[in-house]
Ligand binder design. Structure first.
Ligand code: UDP
Ligand code: MG
Length: 313
């Protein structure tokens, strides 16, 4: 019999956990598979921990991985994949924006298409504000243009992966994992599955603008070296302008068609302009060095404080 793990990252989700558990449970009960639900408690400080504990006490199908502090959404999903021993895993958010009722459909779709990854593409996204929709669209299109790997648009982490992909994912050594990017990068047969994204069942989003910018820029830095190439092109362009200006002014002095002494404005503009470009370029470079710094330290991506019902996979 095939085995299935449902991976659910949770951060301060006391208002949704019980509904989430009930809906996932009723979806997997319809399947003829040995199933397990892995909840990752990502350092929540509300009642998430105690609710998850009592769910796991009552149901041996539920594994709870508790982090020592908040390590972030991607680290939580990563811990779930690392602990998954099943043939198939499905990553799903706790807030019920991705309906658990689709789990059987995803599995059927995987069987019909013989795919290794079924990624869920949002047809609509009710309840998200215009800014989030617009910025997400802009971000993914830019990322695709700059990145060496092509990512499907309008997808989140809601997806099905099989044991081949799980195995490859678990052998990746980089720490700053941008999960949806890495799963695309791994390859094999990946097919889309279209669905309607719902509104958050309860509670607040854990991705305020600041975190979204960080998440986005990290994805870009991990998957593209283009910003460095853009910095070089910028440097070349500015150098060319400098050379042309030098020629113009030198000849101007010789032939007397410029009055260089009165050039205060142009000097100031040049200083500010070049200064800005230099800082920008150093900044881009610094971002990559920052990533190297983090990776070189080889700190773990997360620290587990406790695991409940560990061996039920
Ligand atoms: N999450 C997490 N750690 C965090 C932030 C979020 O485990 O530091 C979980 C959260 O509980 C939810 C999922 O990641 O299950 C997606 O977060 P959210 O719904 O807040 O993001 P949005 O859908 O608004 O982008
Ligand atoms: Mg959400």
């Amino acid at each position: 019999m095939q085995t299935l793990s449902i991976i659910v990252p949770c951060y301060n989700e006391e208002s949704v956990i019980e509904a989430c558990y009930a809906r996932i449970k009723s979806a997997i009960n319809k399947l003829d598979m040995k199933s397990q639900i892995i909840f990752i408690n990502d350092g929540s400080y509300d009642r998430t921990d105690s609710i998850l504990s009592s769910i796991a006490d009552a149901d041996s199908q539920v594994t709870v991985i508790g982090f020592s502090r908040n390590f972030g959404h991607q680290a939580a999903v990563c811990a779930g994949i690392n602990h998954c021993r099943s043939d198939i895993a499905i990553i799903i958010d706790a807030d019920l924006q991705d309906p658990p009722e689709l789990i059987p459909d995803l599995i059927r779709h995987k069987e019909e298409t013989q795919a290794n990854v079924v990624y869920c593409v949002r047809k609509t996204r009710t309840g998200e504000n215009r800014f989030k929709l617009w910025s997400a669209k802009f971000f993914y299109r830019t990322l695709n243009r700059l990145s060496e790997v092509k990512f499907p648009l309008d997808t989140g982490d809601f997806r099905l992966i099989d044991s081949k992909v799980i195995h490859e994912f678990n052998s990746l050594k980089e720490r700053g994992k941008y999960i949806r990017g890495l799963i695309s990068w791994v390859g094999f047969k990946q097919v889309p599955f279209y669905y309607e994204r719902e509104i958050r069942y309860a509670g607040k989003t854990k991705y305020p603008l600041r975190k979204m910018i960080f998440f986005g820029s990290n994805a870009l830095l991990y998957f593209s070296k283009k910003p460095l190439q853009i910095a070089i092109s910028l440097g070349f362009t500015v150098m060319l302008i400098g050379v042309l200006m030098a020629i113009w002014y030198i000849f101007g002095r010789i032939f007397g068609y410029t009055n260089a002494e009165s050039g205060w404005t142009s000097i100031m503009i040049a200083i500010i302009f070049f200064g800005g470009i230099q800082l920008l370029t150093i900044g881009v470079l610094g971002q990559y060095i920052g990533i190297l710094f983090d990776e070189v330290k080889e700190r773990p991506e997360y620290i587990i404080e406790k695991i409940q019902n560990e061996n039920n996979g």
